[in-house]
Design a protein around this ligand. Structure first.
Ligand SMILES: [Zn+2]
Length: 358
């Protein structure tokens, strides 16, 4: 039931924010921000022209985006989960500004961040880590992460359980929220049919900067973590970063990850000076304590899996023996799915085998 309540809150929040904050005397706590709401998106302005884009719930965007409006052009970070969701993002950006979208940055290759790439303007440059291009050039639709979590088959299972929740619900408000989720999910499943994975055309290894007008936008690969090609988008003057799935308010998914190197990568993220941390999922973050929680979680997880591996447990046995005490509110995605846990522990076993053979 908790997701239902959260969804309800999200809608209330969106409606509450639909009147932009017009600098009243008691607005000083709200920092620089105004919030603009379209039918599909909520844009929180974190610094002049820098917007954190989240969903109103009408369409399944699956991941957050960052929109940077420069003097002459626009840079977008992450393209959502389908062409349908990305089209809605571009339509909503047109409400913010008439300037053309010239750059799209992919924080990593995962479907929920990169499968909207195909609808960006033909003259826009898609930028990503070399590894992100490699993964999107291969057949990402056949990868285990997509098959188990993102595929039409996996989403249809979700749709059935949503239908059952609607049947079982006797609260009209909760039922209405579930009906809206169901409509968004049905639309999403249809939208999956048209996805053509589209790789970045401009790649880098460690770092690059995009300069537009007075603005400097740094693209930083700070080490392996969630994938082998994670990129943090950092605006030093505006003191804002977008962390993709390296960091959000919850446990990172590790099915394609490097859990052993991840805490050190986060240490380098922690060193960046910011006022706002925008993650690939969930709400805006301001407090770096979330980085330490992620690091502690990763070490706890890796240490347990390392022991299971050393004592010869199978992946399934290792999943059974995991103890997530103290992280029940953090590892919600993991604890909700044995399949996700198996992908993660399986990947850590693969990594431990690699380390042992070196
Ligand atoms: Zn991801």
């Amino acid at each position: 039931m908790q997701p239902v309540k959260l969804f309800g809150l999200l809608l209330i929040f969106s409606v509450g924010c639909s009147a932009p904050n017009e600098g009243g005397a008691d607005d000083q706590e709200v920092a620089s921000s105004s919030t603009i709401v379209t039918e599909t998106h909520v844009f929180e302005e974190l610094a002049d022209g820098v917007y954190f884009a989240t969903s109103t719930g009408i369409v399944n965007i699956a991941s957050n985006a960052l929109v940077v409006v420069n003097d002459e052009d626009v840079l977008v970070v992450d393209s959502h989960i389908t062409a349908d969701a990305a089209r809605e993002l571009l339509k909503s950006i047109a409400v913010l500004t008439p300037k053309p979208v010239k750059y799209l940055v992919n924080t990593h290759f995962h479907f929920d961040h990169a499968h909207g790439n195909q609808v960006f303007p033909a003259d826009a440059t898609i930028i990503g880590h070399r590894y992100t291009r490699q993964k999107l050039m291969e057949d990402p639709l056949s990868g285990a992460t997509y098959q188990v979590i993102g595929s039409p088959a996996a989403q249809s299972v979700l749709l059935s359980s949503l239908g059952e929740s609607i049947e079982a619900s006797d609260d009209s408000e909760a039922r209405a929220a579930l009906e809206q989720q169901k409509a968004a999910l049905e639309r999403h499943i249809i939208a999956l049919e048209e996805v053509i994975p589209t790789p970045p055309t401009l790649t880098f290894e460690d770092r690059m900067s995009v300069r537009s007008g007075d603005r400097e936008i740094q693209l930083l690969h700070l080490g392996r973590g969630h994938t082998a090609g994670d990129v943090v988008v950092y605006l030093p003057a505006e003191r804002v970063m977008f962390t993709g799935d390296l960091l959000y308010p919850g446990a990172p998914y590790l099915g394609d990850g490097f859990a052993d190197e991840f805490p050190d990568t986060l240490e380098r993220v922690k060193a960046l000076e910011v006022d706002y941390i925008a993650g690939g999922h969930g709400a805006l973050m301001r407090d770096k304590l979330v980085i330490e929680r992620s690091q502690a979680y990763l070490r706890m997880y890796w240490n347990q899996v390392e022991k299971s591996h050393a004592t010869g447990l199978t992946v399934s046995e290792a999943v059974e023996s995991m103890d997530f005490s103290g992280y029940e509110d953090f590892a919600v995605f993991q604890l909700g799915s044995q399949d996700v846990l198996k992908l993660e522990v399986g990947r850590m076993y693969e990594r431990l085998d690699e380390l042992a053979s070196n």
